[in-house]
Every structure is written in structure tokens, then in C-alpha cells.
Design a protein around this ligand. Sequence first.
Ligand code: NAP
Ligand code: SF4
Length: 675
Amino acid sequence: MTAYPHMLAPLDLGFTTLKNRVLMGSMHTGLEETKDWNRVAEFYAERARGEVGLMVTGGIGPNLEGSVLPGAAMMTTDEDVANHAIVTERVHANGGKIAMQILHAGRYAYGPMCVAPSPVKSPISPFPPAELDEDGIEKQISDIVATAGRAKAAGYDGVEIMGSEGYFLNQFLVTHTNKRTDRWGGSYENRMRLPVEVVRRTREEVGTDFIIIYRLSMIDLVPNGSTYEEVVQLAQEIEKAGATIINTGIGWHEARIPTIATSVPRAAFAWVTKKLMGKVSIPVITSNRINTPEVAEEVLSTGCADMVSLARPMLADAHFVRKAMEEKAAHIAPCIACNQACLDHTFGGKISSCLVNPRACYETELVVAPAGTKKSIAIVGAGPAGLSTALTAAERGHSVTVFDRADEIGGQLNMAKQVPGKEEFWGLVDWYRAMVAEMGVTVKLNTEATVETLKGYDEVIIATGVLPRDPGIPGQDGDNVHSYIDVLRHKTETGKRVAVIGAGGIGFDVSEYLVHEGDSPTENLPAWMAEWGVADTEEHRGGLSPQGPQPEAPARNVTLLQRKAEKHGKRLGKTTGWIHRAALKMKDVEFVGGVNYERIDADGLHVSFGEARENPTLIEADDIIMCAGQVPDRSLADALEAEGIACHVIGGADVAAELDAKRAIDQGTRLAATL
Ligand code: NAP
Ligand code: SF4
């Protein structure tokens, strides 16, 4: 008997059966744009081998004006059909099923050719869209329909028509973006005409035995979004028009409420999808922050949906479903919802990967093959760099010993997990613990590795991490000055007024830690919804609370300082920096930039501004926390080199500047693949 009977149950669609209730949701990985179709095929084939029930590709454009970017993948020619056929054949050969997402971006298309129901510019794009006339609308419909026909010719099992997240079809639905007065605007019947027509004509084009998933926005999270009644009406019309499955989308891209970041509670929006259950007779899919089989099973067993969509967790571990089937859930590499290597890459014009799994989207390049010569490998440091090296080296057949002076593995991850909103890091450390045991890695904790200890190993890896940078501020030796390690690891108590020196990732984290008290809203859905102003869609249009965000009062008055005059958090993640900034602003954290740190005394922190050190100011504070970055801890590496013992230095011990777990894990995995 499985622990996940609902998640692993087949789903009979009449003409075909999905082997379980897990959909790999669409992700823009950038792979299709590489035109390396073998690489694209391997990415999906690896997930097919992992036993996922159905996959959806990244968004494929139906025409130039609807593509997300100039140069983005489209399905408009016979050559496109032939290329995609490489993918579908490989997926089918590995026992999988795959649907192609048709994505018309409308006013979100990043280019001057973009089109929309009305000429209303999106706040997240510099390009004002052209208003479509009747012929223009007909062209968009026929291009989408033709794209579906080509997807079928390429061997796909179905298509997903993207109608949520504020894209083209969604833009017709709400008066926020549809100001038309013709038959495509005005009444709700008119506004939903386009999505319904697209589905009806797509069904005509592809015939009966072909999956059509319609991605429908359940909660827009923008002003003047759809009401609950409108959402249900649309879903019923979409079913009548011939859709096979409804996949529910959460929030427009321009919404100022986080929907997938790590601080969003797990399965935070499953309750929204549940409202559609029983209103249509086709299967309904829910998504967002479902990252373990336990959460998936809970969502399905409580009737929130017929199927779950997991996107980023399929980057973190292609074998999510297979491991759940084999009762090895503890071995599933968890998606921590950081966006650092997936969405931040996409929006930075880079190919997606995964912080936890650098092989994601690099399946053909980063190959972990059995080692020709089995070696004994010593790794010093059980942080992300050392542990990722250890796991990959052990997978290749090497004999691996990890040393750490701490009494637990995880290194800096153990500090991150203390921060409200970063609870996912607990799961990451647990996964490393399970995997080092599974892979037979010897872990020596409470052990200071020395030059003597390391003699005799075939390879020595130094992953000793970082030391806090000394900012050299007069008065920093006072009792009122602490490091981020004192606060996050040793739980040093602070007073009510705190100044934080350094506004990098850790300065933001420490500030977040200091302004919270009691339960983290990430573990308390009603509190999180109140904090961000999310309301019941049955009561408020678009799911926006009329009161707006209602955060708990801050536990402390925090001032976050940096020397740079730039916007605070500018260097944080592209897709998450705004959330960290907004979260601290909600807690009245004061951002002060362009400072010189003059001295610290019992009254607080004395600063001045600009090169001329003008405007001397006292930041009154009971405690001052140093988050001024880090320097590499190379002491052991230097001692080894002095003795003539070769070693590999990785992670923060190699380069500390803006070190993050993504770089550490990637470096460790790639090194181990070559040893
Ligand atoms: P960081 O991002 O390099 O930021 C260091 C901060 O210190 C900057 O704001 C910098 O701003 C300031 N600073 C630098 N030199 C200074 C000096 N001599 N005196 C005073 N201030 C100085 O480092 P971090 O915040 O320590 O984060 C390290 C990395 O870990 C980041 O990539 C971050 O994303 C990641 N991260 C890790 C964790 C974790 O728990 N391990 C948590 C969050 C983030 P100014 O130069 O403008 O003053
Ligand atoms: Fe998840 Fe982060 Fe990996 Fe993206 S990079 S898939 S958010 S763990």
C-alpha cells in the first residue's frame, strides 16, 4: 500500500489514461531557444523516466506578435514540427506523455509588435500594445489553432492553452485590460468570447482524441480582476467548448503579491482551486508551492483538485514521482522555491537550471558517470559546496569522507533556515542528511580536519566556507555589537531598536528575522493572506482585500544600512528582490543608504553621508548587527599548500563575494563529476 494513493492513482481521460495525478507544469527554461533539440529531448525524457504523469513544455508562441520575446520559440513551420517530433518521440520512448503549451503573451510580449484587446500598457513592460481590430483578432485565433494542429502533427499528446497569469486570453477577460465596446468587450459574455472561441476552434482542429488543457486564472490578484462567478462561468463554457482538463493559474505576472516564492506557504492557493471542484465535470489541476509528495497527497485527498501541477520541483528532482512510488520520498531533492537558478535565470536571459540540482537542463553536458578509478576523497566542510561534491563523488563510486567542526551538517544553510519565510531550508538540510546516509558517505562531525588528517587521501577538497568580514568600525568591540552568526545561530537577544550594517542577502534575512515574533506567516496561511492582502474570491473581485496588506506590527524597529547609494536589495534575486523589499517595508524597516560608518557607542551607530562625510547622524539603537559580507576561510587550504599537499578549493573558501548556495552547489557538483 502506497503512502500516496491519491497522487499515484491513474487518471482516465476516456481516450487515454495518465499514469498518475502529477503534471509537470510549464516552465520557460530557455532550452527550446537553444535549438539543440537533443538537449531539449533529454530534459523531458529524464522526467519521463522519473514517471511523471504528464508534462507540459515551456510556452511556445503561435506567431511573432504573441511570442514572449523576439527570438522565442514558435511552432509555425514544418521545420518546427520536425524539431518538436524529436522531443515527443524521446518522451514516448521513455514511457511519458507530453503536451505543448501555446503561449500568446499579448501585452506581456517584450517587443514593439505586441498586441492586446486595448492599448493599455502593462506595468511590467515598456512596450505599449497595439489594439487589435476584428481581422487582427481573427488572425490571433487562427494562428493559435494552427499551432495546436502542428503540435498534434509533431506527436504531442495534447496542448495547453495558456489563458491565465495575465497573458493574452486573460487580458480579454477583465476590464482592467479590456476596454473594448465591440463583441469582444463590454459584458462578460463578450469578454470571454475569445478564450472560448479559441478552445472551440482548437477542438475542431485537433479532433477528439487529443488533450486540450486550458490554463484558467482562478484568482487574478490585480485590481478589477475576475469575480468568482465569472471564473466558474468561464470554466463551464471552456468545458463545453471542448477542453479535456482545466489547469488553474494563480495571479497575474504584474500582481504585487508573491505566489510562488519560498515565503509563500506550501499549497497556499489550493483552497482557490477547490472552489471549482464540482462546478465542471472535467478534471481540475491545482498548483503553486506543492513540493513534496505529502503536500500533493494532502491537496488531492482533501478534494482540492483532481491532479497537482509541479513545475520547479521537477527541476530539483526529475525522479520525484518514481521516488514516491518506491517509498523513498526522503531522497527527493526538494525545491526550496528560491527562484535563483530557474526564474531568475529566465528573466536574466540565461538557461534555467536548479540551485539544488545543477544537472537540470544540463542533462547532456553535466554527466555523472561511474569513475574509471575509484579514489578516496576527503572533503572538509559540510556546507552546500562540500555536500554536493560528496554526493556526486559517491554516486560515481568514490569513497568519500566529509569533515566538519560543527555538530551538524548544512553549514550556512542552518542559518538560512532560522529566517521566517525560509523554512524550506530545513528540508534541504534533511535531504542532504538522508542522501549522505544513502550514498554511504562517511561524515565526521565535531572534527577539526588538519593537515595530518588529510594526508593519504587521493583527493582533498576544501569547502571550509567563509568568515564574516571585519568592517573595522570604531567601537565595534562593544557589548551592543553582534554578528549575523550571533543572531541567527546563537540566538543572541536584541533590544527593540536595531541597526543592521550591510544590506546584502544576509542583512535582509537578519532584518526579516528581527521584525518577526512568534509563528512565521509562511507556516500560517490565514496570517500570510492577511499580511499580503489576499482575500476570498467569493467576497472580493480578483482576490484582493480592500484593506490591502495587514501585517502584524514589527517586533523591533530596524534600520538597514548600506554604503552604496543605490536602491536597497538591487542585487537580490530578479524575481524575489521586490518581495524581500516589500516585506521589510511592510514592517517599517528604514532603509538608509550612502552612509559612512563613523563609530559605534552606547547610544547607537554614528554615520555620515557622501564622500565629504557630511550630515553626521546618530542611528539610535540598542544593538548593532554586522552583516558586512564575508571573506574566504582559506586557512586550511594555505596550510596544505605549505606542506605541498594539492587540494581543490571550492565554494566560499574559493570566492566569498556574494557567495550563494547556487554557485557553491554547482561548483561542487561539476568538480566531483571530473574527479
Ligand atoms: P553580500 O551580498 O556580499 O553583502 C554584503 C553587504 O555588506 C553589502 O550590503 C555591502 O554593502 C556591505 N559591505 C561590504 N563590505 C563592507 C565593509 N567593509 N563595511 C561595511 N559594509 C560592507 O553578502 P551577504 O549579505 O553576507 O550575503 C552573502 C551571499 O549569501 C549573498 O549572495 C546572498 O544572496 C546569500 N545569502 C546567504 C544567506 C545565508 O544564510 N547563508 C542568506 C541570505 C543570502 P555596501 O558595500 O554598500 O556597504
Ligand atoms: Fe526550486 Fe530554487 Fe531549484 Fe528553482 S532554483 S527549481 S526555485 S530549488
